[in-house]
Design a protein around this ligand. Sequence first.
Ligand SMILES: [Mn+2]
Length: 331
Amino acid sequence: MVKDNLDFYENRKLSGDVSVLGVPLDLGKDATGTQLGPAYIRKHGLEEMCRTLGFFYKDLGDIECAGREAAEMGDIKVKYLDEISRVVEKTARIVRDEIKMGGQMLVLGGDHAVSIGSISGASVACEGDLGVIWIDAHGDMMTHENTLSGNIHGMPSSAVMGLGHHTLTDILKPGAKIKKENIIYIGLKDLDQAEIDLIRKEKLHAFTMMDLVREGFGPVTESLLDLQKRVSNIWVSLDVDSIDLDYSPATPMATEGGLTRREISNLTKFIGKLNKIVGLDVVELAPELDKDGKTGKLVIELVAQLLGSDYGWYAHYMKNEEEKQVKRAAI
Ligand SMILES: [Mn+2]
């Protein structure tokens, strides 16, 4: 539990396993280069960050995903369903087994369809006792019945709630993996009417950018603390398009007016201190669109915060100073 706000600035040494799985999927929408995401996040020092924070880093490699040229598009209301469901089923099995062994799981996407697998796996491992924090500019709660694009990356959050195409809702086991009241959306701004209708009908916990502007983060943090009381385990799904393109340009649906650096980093810091994260996924990163590596670097910092620590500029500065002091003492 959070004692006071100074809690967020106290660093503690972390331990345990972090298992990393890449899912270079790029079939969930029109081709945009998200298959390069896993390699890019690793290149930006993921392993070093995890080790520095005190974790045992275990890299499980990447799941093989067919490219567009090799995959069958099939039904245009739910494009590339066969290959996507094969990939997310495999993702789900690996995530389930790793969480059962007690480690924290880090899944690197890939487009947001990947989360159907990661959340299904985590839910089965936790026997349904799982909450989800969905940080995204979009609701991703369309189905094959109301989609305009037929792109599955617009359907993952409905799928894990048990809505939509049965192939997607029945990964690992039939039906809903997350209770509707146990998913919290943060940062929504580009919504389809069907999603607005669903949020109203189901009274989903959805915080739009307008909510954040009108009421600040107070209600969000309250909602997160409430979620912590309802479930023992939490999965975080971070779509990098939730973040304003000034800070996170490397995403196909880069957005103006998204979460600022200040907002996203305080949010991830807050979530990390909830101490219940069994895993997270980072999705929709398209490295070729990055500018000077800023999205890659930001993602490493945000993941560190979600894991309950700090890996930003000041943390590096302090570590340097400590090392200098040790050297001086040795002379
Ligand atoms: Mn998304």
